[in-house]
Design a protein around this ligand. Structure first.
Ligand SMILES: Cc1cc2nc3c(=O)[nH]c(=O)nc-3n(C[C@H](O)[C@H](O)[C@H](O)COP(=O)(O)OP(=O)(O)OC[C@H]3O[C@@H](n4cnc5c(N)ncnc54)[C@H](O)[C@@H]3O)c2cc1C
Length: 393
C-alpha cells in the first residue's frame, strides 16, 4: 500500500447557491467514514475539519476487527497494508500484578496520521468536498435547512447536518448541549499519546497498565513503532505542577511493568500530544436537529471500549437513515427518532458497560483484586473483553 502522498482536495467548490445534502462537522474516523459512504452513494457532502491532514491525534490506534470488513468495503485496503494484528492482551494493576489473555476478536494497529488522511482522500475521490483547516463556529437550523458559518466568515447550506466533532468542541457550548450542565459535571481526565521505539515489542500484543486514577496502553503500529497512550485523572497532572514528565515519574512509573517502557524506550518523531477536559458523561444523539456521531454522541473510556469502532458503526447506521431521509422515505422527525433508537440499541449498552469497567480500574487496591480474581476466571475475562468489542457489520 503506497503511503498517502497528497492531501485531500475539494472536488467541488462551495457556491453561495449550493445546498449540500449533508454537512459533516469534524473529520475524525466517524465523520470521515460517513462522508465516504454518502459520497459513494452519490450524495453532495461537505466535511469541515479544523486541522489539516495528515496530523497526529491522541488515540491508541487499535482498530477492533469488527470494523475490518466495513473498512475494506468502503475502500480502505487494510489487507494490503501490512498491519500488526493483535490477538493477545496483558493487563496489569498499579502494583504490577498481571493477567495475560487471548483477545478473541482482536484488532489491527494503524496510525491515525495515516488512516484519517486515507479516509479524507477516499471521500474526496468519491466527490465529497473536504474543507480542511476550516473551523465551524455556528450551525443554525431554520426553514428545513442548516446554515453553517466558518471561522473565516463563509457560510454553507445543507439539508442535514452531522456533528462528528469529537469529545469536546466549541459547538457543544454553542448548541448548549445538556451534558455540559454544571449539575452533570463529573471527573475530568487528560490524555497523552506518543510513539515509542521499543525493541522487540510483540506485534500481536496489547498491553494495558493501570496506575493510580488512570491507565496506559501499549500496542504496535506500522513502522516498527509502539503506540503509548494513556488517560489520567486531571488531579494527577495538577499534583505534579501540570508537567507531564513529572506526572509520569510520580504516578505512571510506580507500576513496575510500565516503568521500563517509559524510562528506557526512545520516543519516535513528534512530541507527546496532550488533550484535556475529557469527561465520560452521557450525551444526546440529536441536538438542535444536528445528528451526533462518534465521541460527540458518546465517549467511552479507552480501557473499556473501542471509541473508533463506535464512531464507525454509528456512521454506518446513520448513512442508511440519511439516504432514507434524502430520498423521501423518512421525515426529519422520523430520521431523528429512528437514529436515536437505533444508536441506543447498538451502542448504549457498550457505553454503560464501559462506565462500569472504567469505575473499577485505576483504583490500586480494587484493580489488583479484580485482576487477581480474573486470573482464576478465564471465562469471565473473555466475557468482559467481549463487552469492549462489538460484532462485525
Ligand atoms: C488515550 C486514548 C486512547 C484511545 N485508544 C483507542 C483505541 O486504541 N482504539 C479505539 O477504537 N479508540 C480509542 N480511543 C478513542 C478514539 O480515539 C475516539 O473514540 C475516536 O477518535 C473518536 O472519533 P471521532 O471521529 O468521533 O472524533 P475525533 O477523532 O476526535 O475527530 C473529531 C474531529 O473534529 C474536529 N473538529 C472539532 N470541532 C470542530 C469544528 N468546530 N469545526 C471543524 N472541525 C472540528 C477535530 O479537529 C477532530 O479532528 C482512545 C482515546 C483516548 C483518549
Amino acid at each position: 500500500m503506497p503511503a498517502p502522498s497528497t492531501t485531500p482536495t475539494s472536488t467541488a467548490s462551495a457556491t453561495a447557491a449550493e445546498v449540500y445534502d449533508c454537512a459533516i462537522i469534524g473529520g475524525g474516523v466517524a465523520g470521515l467514514t460517513l462522508a465516504v459512504q454518502l459520497a459513494r452513494a452519490g450524495r453532495r457532502v461537505v466535511l469541515f475539519e479544523k486541522e489539516t491532514y495528515p496530523f497526529h491525534r491522541v488515540c491508541g490506534e487499535y482498530i477492533s476487527m469488527e470494523n475490518y470488513a466495513f473498512l475494506c468495503r468502503i475502500g480502505v485496503p487494510l489487507d494490503q497494508m501490512d498491519l500488526p494484528i493483535m490477538t493477545r492482551f496483558t493487563v496489569s494493576s498499579p502494583t504490577g500484578v498481571a493477567l495475560h489473555h487471548p483477545l478473541d476478536i482482536g484488532g489491527v494497529g494503524i496510525t491515525r496520521y495515516e488512516l484519517d488522511q486515507l479516509l479524507a482522500r477516499l471521500a474526496a475521490e468519491h466527490g465529497a468536498t473536504i474543507q480542511e483547516g476550516t473551523k465551524v463556529t455556528d450551525v443554525v437550523f431554520a426553514d428545513e435547512q442548516f446554515t453553517l458559518t466558518t471561522a473565516g466568515g463563509a457560510t454553507y447550506r445543507a439539508r442535514t447536518a452531522c456533528g462528528a466533532w469529537g469529545k469536546h468542541a466549541n459547538l457543544d457550548s454553542k448548541l448548549r448541549r445538556p451534558f455540559l450542565e454544571p449539575s452533570r459535571q463529573g471527573r475530568q481526565f487528560v490524555a497523552v499519546k506518543y510513539h515509542l521505539q521499543v525493541e522487540n515489542f510483540p506485534q500481536d500484543l496489547v498491553e494495558m497498565h493501570n496506575f493510580r486514577d488512570g491507565y496506559c496502553g501499549l500496542s504496535p503500529v506500522p513502522g516498527g513503532l509502539t503506540n503509548c497512550s494513556y488517560i489520567s485523572d486531571v488531579r494527577n497532572l495538577r499534583a505534579h505542577g501540570n508537567r507531564v514528565a513529572e506526572m509520569e515519574r510520580g504516578v505512571l512509573m510506580q507500576n513496575p511493568l510500565l516503568r521500563p517502557y517509559l524510562q528506557q524506550a526512545q520516543r519516535a518523531g513528534t512530541a507527546p500530544i496532550v488533550i484535556s477536559q475529557i469527561t465520560f458523561r452521557e450525551r444526546s444523539t440529536v441536538d438542535a436537529h444536528v445528528l451526533m456521531l462518534g465521541d460527540a454522541a458518546g465517549t467511552i473510556a479507552p480501557l473499556a471500549g473501542n471509541g473508533m469502532s463506535m464512531g464507525m458503526s454509528a456512521s454506518f447506521l446513520l448513512h442508511g437513515l440519511l439516504l432514507d431521509f434524502l430520498e423521501g422515505r423518512l421525515s426529519r422527525a422520523e430520521l431523528e427518532q429512528h437514529y436515536t433508537r437505533a444508536w441506543r440499541s447498538l451502542l448504549s449498552l457498550r457505553i454503560r458497560a464501559g462506565h462500569l469497567i472504567h469505575q473499577f480500574f485505576g483504583r490500586p487496591a480494587l484493580t489488583t483484586l479484580a485482576i487477581q480474581a480474573l486470573k482464576g476466571l478465564p471465562g469471565l475475562t473473555t466475557q468482559v473483553l467481549k463487552l469492549t468489542h462489538g460484532k462485525s457489520y
